[in-house]
Design a protein around this ligand. Structure first.
Ligand SMILES: *Cc1c(COP(=O)(O)O)cnc(C)c1O
Length: 408
């Protein structure tokens, strides 16, 4: 049974809202920290996955750094108190304002995606009288075997510097007085569920390092392998915390490091994805000619992943946990005036009625952060499991299993 206290709380709360299981989130961070420490790997949490203050403050408590892809993300990381020497900044189109801001903050590394960008950073470094630390984001030509909008390491993607240009780029970078080349950066995609693309990445990095050493006689201090580790969207309860230990073990086995090299990762989805659920109310069960539509009060403005990538999330009717039999088929849709405003088709669920509560699972990453106000819809609120109070203002001590295992 779903925890009664939690269910009562949900029933009395305006929907839709994001519910964050902070116990699970902390457990995920603990496991990540333990696994990374084993090999002295540095972790930079990818802020774009979820930039809520509570989430970032928790990440900071564990001592992780930040991976940023906009100037405002750099600003946010600094406001939260993440040390600039743990902040990396990627992106193919950094504006002059973003560049000068980040130079001024002395961040750890600009992860640069083109020679054109490095020239601009060098000019600003000269004007600001700073030597700027730069890593080269290389496009390693690896198929991450994920959704086509989630690959970033193929020649047809806009990201990174092509390997064929690497020689020229290194030569040029070495001649720039206000640039210090400190490392190599890679990020091959997102929601990668196999380890094979990472093994291929390690092998590429090994040979790139050999080439750089042979041709230029240099060994760079930092190797950043980016993020991308996937999560189980189909059956979240089978894998609430990703196998960080296995992931790092594979990297450790295949990556050949030079002396004194530090390895960095930028994980986003895998860290926070399973800790969030979007809770919504059923507005109508609409009988169509061929289908039954379950119309929710949450839509693509609250969670755009299904409309944007055809992503599938587990959908659960949490008002009917007693119903073991899921023998009704619904197209679960939102209220927005777009045909793409649909969460999933032909979902098997127990018989559902107006007013039932539905949980859309695994929405901690790339959920709330992508909320839009299209059609002037309200933004969903965020509710954290460790902040819940009952009517008398006493804390509701909700355990993680109450949302995960007990919802049928
Ligand atoms: C989005 C992004 C990440 C994080 O990816 P996840 O799949 O969420 O782990 C890491 N690095 C860069 C450069 C990114 O753009």
């Amino acid at each position: 049974m779903l925890n009664k206290k939690l269910y009562r709380y949900f029933s009395q709360t305006e929907t839709p809202f994001y519910y964050y299981d902070m116990e699970l989130f902390n457990e995920s961070l603990t496991k990540l920290k333990q696994a990374a420490e084993r090999y002295h790997y540095s972790i930079h949490y990818a802020i774009k996955a979820n930039a809520n203050d509570r989430i970032l403050e928790t990440v900071k408590k564990y001592g992780f750094g930040a991976d940023c892809v906009s100037g405002n993300e750099v600003k946010k990381a600094i406001e939260i108190g993440i040390e600039p020497e743990k902040i990396v900044f990627a992106g193919v189109g950094k504006s002059d304002a973003e560049i000068t801001y980040a130079i001024g903050q002395n961040i750890f590394s600009f992860n640069c995606e083109s020679m054109e960008e490095i020239e601009v950073i060098n000019e600003w470094g000269e004007k600001m009288q700073k030597v700027v630390s730069v890593s080269l984001r290389l496009n390693p030509d690896i198929d991450a075997v994920t959704h086509k909008y989630l690959t970033t390491g193929l020649p047809e993607n806009k990201f990174g510097i092509p390997l064929l240009l690497l020689d020229k780029v290194i030569q040029r970078v070495n001649s720039l007085p206000n640039i210090k080349l400190i490392g190599l950066h890679f990020h091959i995609g997102s929601q990668i569920r196999e380890l094979a693309p990472y093994i291929e990445l390690c092998q590429k990095v090994n040979s790139i390092q050999d080439i750089i050493f042979d041709k230029h006689g240099i060994e760079l201090e930092h190797i950043n392998l980016g993020g991308g580790l996937g999560i189980n969207y189909e059956n979240p309860d089978d894998e609430l915390i990703p196998d960080y230990a296995g992931f790092f073990e594979t990297i450790h086995k295949h990556l050949k490091l030079r002396k004194k090299q530090t390895v960095h990762f930028e994980l986003g989805r895998s860290v926070v994805g399973q800790s969030g659920s979007l809770i919504s109310r059923v507005l109508y069960i609409k009988k169509g000619l061929k289908k039954e539509f379950m119309i929710l009060d949450a839509g693509m403005t609250d969670l755009i992943r299904p409309a944007l990538y055809g992503a599938q999330h587990k959908i659960q009717n949490i008002s009917r946990p007693e119903a073991q039999i899921k023998n009704y088929k619904y197209d679960v849709v939102g209220p927005v005036c777009e045909s793409s405003d649909s969460f999933d088709d032909n979902v098997m669920l127990p018989m559902t009625k107006r007013g039932d509560l539905v949980a859309i699972r695994s929405t901690g990453a790339y959920g709330e952060i992508m909320v839009s106000q299209y059609t002037l819809r309200d933004k969903p609120k965020a509710i954290y499991s460790d902040e819940l109070k009952n009517e008398k203002g006493e804390p509701l001590l909700v355990k993680k299993t109450t949302l995960q295992k007990d919802i049928i």
